[in-house]
Design a protein around this ligand. Structure first.
Ligand code: PRX
Length: 694
């Protein structure tokens, strides 16, 4: 949606109250209750965070609640607690919960398993002992390259148990991208699955790890969980170890280590404005405090819920709302491996019906995909149990919102479009499902203890209804504590743009009811199906191809995925000519028989087609298949400023409108525009097109 469209929507959006049935049993049950508690939490955040802390298990609790200010702040400094104790032990030790299922696993191949809190406790303790037996200590890093599996949760909770920093890497990342993350985190151990099922295919994850470990690194061991027992899995002697064998050799008792609430707990890489991904560091205890509070109030999550969050463990969403937030609230969660529309389009519904899921958390892209499959498909299943649908990661458009109301829960479902970032370790904006009215398209209201503002370039708040930069004025426990090994980048990325505030990198507008509408990124990050990709990271991948002189990538709106990356390339004509001549040498009859220029153009076109395939593959190899450019346009020249910066806005406008509508005065050479439009749109029709779709 464009800013203009959002502003129109904002002015006309209906306000829909949560259904009475839902309200009756929610933690915050009215708009007035929300407002009163919100105001109190802003005036006295320490009291709010103490209230949350009182619901957790501490090993030692001192008097100080908040010390310092951003960027140097701490919550409960000197107080100690353990995340895994809060997520596992407290329930495993309680006779009422011990035999309650914590995690149900559904493999894409139909396999089903589960772990109760009691079983989870045993497995986590054992794997913590495995890590210790490998010589890992507090502060060491373990990289985890696994899909959603019970064992993935065991591994991560085991790390949290002994203060080892885990770093999950999405199992769709290429060897190059995985290598970058393993090496820059200084990981001593990698834990991976040997393979994973996705759309019926077998992905050989262990082989990706092997490829990633070619070249220097600090990894001493690779622990391999054999998810696919019959899969031929190459093992390097001494370095590679079998998960099951290690688990069979250790004791099942491991006390949770006392860890300072601000000690680093997890590390997760995300895309930033420059080419290199940022390793976001979250404090373990801080993350627990924050995620517990978000999950409790925004999902209204309770032990009796059957909850399914379809997020992959490679993204922070599942750490916030399942691994830590979900388990700390004693819920039962479904973990699903693979595609939610495989082997048949209704797989999502089938699983929901079987477990009688009442709370579903998924990405807007997934909801839009199900919308495309139609209401009839949804009606084939019993989805009446659904009370709450939650999404995060990208805008949830009103059409999808309306459709979701029809498809799930008898039209009574509450929809919560939450806004958050890897850096915020949670969702500072969301509805409170039993309290605040829903407005399709809005991201709801600020969470307790979070002061969000929309400001101009000077940091002055703008009036309601006016777009500006979204900032957060005060500290909260799950705000990132650093970028791994790069303090300067942490300060530069978040704390220099608006003095005294955390800069989100998003633009937003607040409406007269105090609800926030997020408009999109103001930097070079795009969201493709909720996967955050840096266009600069993609450009860095493209530019290293020998045929490429310049590369620019922009996001183009897409009905299902939200946005898709589109690349613009200027080619080294010498390289193209050489390739075309090369293909000539191998030509069928060795002569162009007077067809001359025509045959030459055909050859150039064939070279371009080959380059499109190679360039797309280059991005897949360097980043992963989810970043594959949707289209590649070869252009004669890029639109640039006088100082030589590519004006990506113009590329976006040509894609959207077929012309540049905005200001062109900043352009160094406006003569290029006509050709540029021709190169990109292929029209006027008479002109030869150099646009190659793929
Ligand atoms: O641009 C915003 C968009 O996603 C970005 C954060 O991406 P990531 O770090 O991958 O988030 C993980 C979620 C814990 C934001 O800067 N975004 C997130 N939620 C929304 C959104 N954009 C619009 N509407 C949302 N609800």
């Amino acid at each position: 949606m464009s800013t203009e469209e959002t502003l129109k929507l904002l002015a006309s959006s209906p306000k829909i109250d949560p259904p009475q049935t839902y309200r009756a049993h929610s933690y915050c049950a009215s708009a007035d209750a929300y407002l009163a508690k919100y105001r109190a939490s802003i005036e006295d955040p320490a009291s709010f965070w103490t209230e949350i802390a009182d619901e957790l298990v501490w090993q030692h609790r001192g008097d100080t609640v908040i010390s310092g200010e951003m960027p140097d702040f701490a919550f409960f400094p000197g107080s100690t607690l353990n995340v895994s104790e809060n997520c596992v032990d407290r329930y495993a030790k309680d006779p009422l919960y011990r035999n309650k299922v914590a995690l149900f696993f559904e493999g894409e191949n139909g396999e089903r398993r589960s772990l109760t809190y009691g079983q989870l406790h045993r497995e986590v303790s054992k794997f913590a002992n495995v890590l210790k037996s490998l010589g890992l200590e507090k502060g060491d890093v373990v990289s985890v390259y696994m899909q959603n599996l019970l064992e993935t949760y065991v591994v991560l909770l085991a790390c949290l148990r002994i203060g080892v920093l885990y770093n999950t890497v999405f199992a769709g990342f290429s060897p190059e991208a995985l290598r970058e993350r393993i090496v820059s985190s200084g990981a001593r151990v990698v834990v991976c699955a040997n393979g994973s099922y996705r759309r019926g295919k077998t992905l050989r994850l262990k082989e990706t790890v092997d490829a990633a470990l070619e070249g220097p690194h600090r990894v001493e061991h690779v622990v391999v969980y054999r998810r696919i027992p019959g899969l031929d899995t190459p093992m390097t002697p001494y370095r590679d170890l079998d998960y099951d064998e290690l688990m069979a050799s250790v004791d099942s008792t491991c006390p949770p280590a006392p860890l300072d609430c601000n000690d680093p707990g997890l590390l997760i890489f995300t895309s930033g404005t420059s080419g290199k991904p940022k390793g976001i560091v979250h404090a373990g205890g801080g993350f627990l405090l924050g995620t517990y509070a978000y999950t409790k109030y925004q999902l209204d999550l309770r032990p009796e819920d059957v909850y399914w969050n379809t997020a992959d463990i490679g993204w922070l969403t599942s750490h916030i709302f399942v691994l830590v937030g979900g388990l700390a609230l004693g819920t039962t969660t479904i973990l699903y491996e693979g595609a939610i529309d495989y082997p048949q389009r209704g797989r999502l519904y089938e699983v929901m019906e079987r477990y009688q899921v009442n709370k579903l958390f998924s990405a807007p892209t997934a909801f839009r995909m199900m919308m495309k499959y139609g209401l009839d498909l949804a009606r084939d299943y019993d989805l009446r149990s659904v009370q709450l649908l939650v999404s995060v990661g990208e805008p949830l458009n009103p059409e999808a919102w309306q459709w979701m109301r029809k498809a799930f829960g008898n039209g009574q479902v509450v929809i919560n479009n939450t806004w958050g970032q890897t850096e915020t370790g949670g969702t500072p904006l969301a509805s409170l499902p039993g309290a605040t009215p829903m407005k399709p398209g809005s991201c709801g209201v600020p969470f307790f203890g979070h002061r969000l503002e929309v400001v101009d370039a000077e940091g002055t708040p703008v009036p309601d209804g006016t777009p500006g930069y979204l900032v957060i004025r005060n500290v909260f426990p799950s705000l990132a504590r650093g970028i791994f090994g790069d303090r300067d980048r942490y300060l530069q990325s978040y704390f220099t743009q608006v003095p005294g505030a955390y800069f989100t990198g998003d633009s937003a507008v607040r409406d007269a009811d105090g609800q926030f509408w997020v408009l999109g990124r103001v930097d070079d990050v795009i969201n493709v199906s909720g996967h955050r990709i840096s266009t600069m990271e993609m450009e860095s991948a493209l530019i290293t191809h020998p045929a490429v002189v310049e590369a620019a990538v922009v996001g183009q709106p897409d009905e299902v995925k939200g946005a898709v990356p589109v690349a613009f390339i200027t080619l080294d004509q010498g390289y193209v000519a050489a390739m075309a001549a090369g293909s000539d040498a191998g030509g069928s009859d060795g002569s162009d028989g007077g067809a001359g220029a025509g045959a030459g153009a055909v050859r150039v076109r064939a070279v371009e087609e080959r380059l499109v395939a190679e360039l797309k593959q280059k991005v897949v190899d360097d980043i992963g298949s989810f970043a594959r450019p949707e289209r590649i346009h070869f252009v004669d020249a890029m639109p640039k400023t006088r100082s030589g910066k590519i004006i990506r806005r113009m590329l976006r406008e040509i894609l959207r409108d077929g012309e540049v509508r905005g200001d062109v005065t900043g352009l160094e050479d406006s003569d290029i525009l006509e050709q540029l439009v021709l190169d990109i749109t292929g029209s006027p029709a008479a002109a030869p097109s150099s646009t190659t779709e793929g």
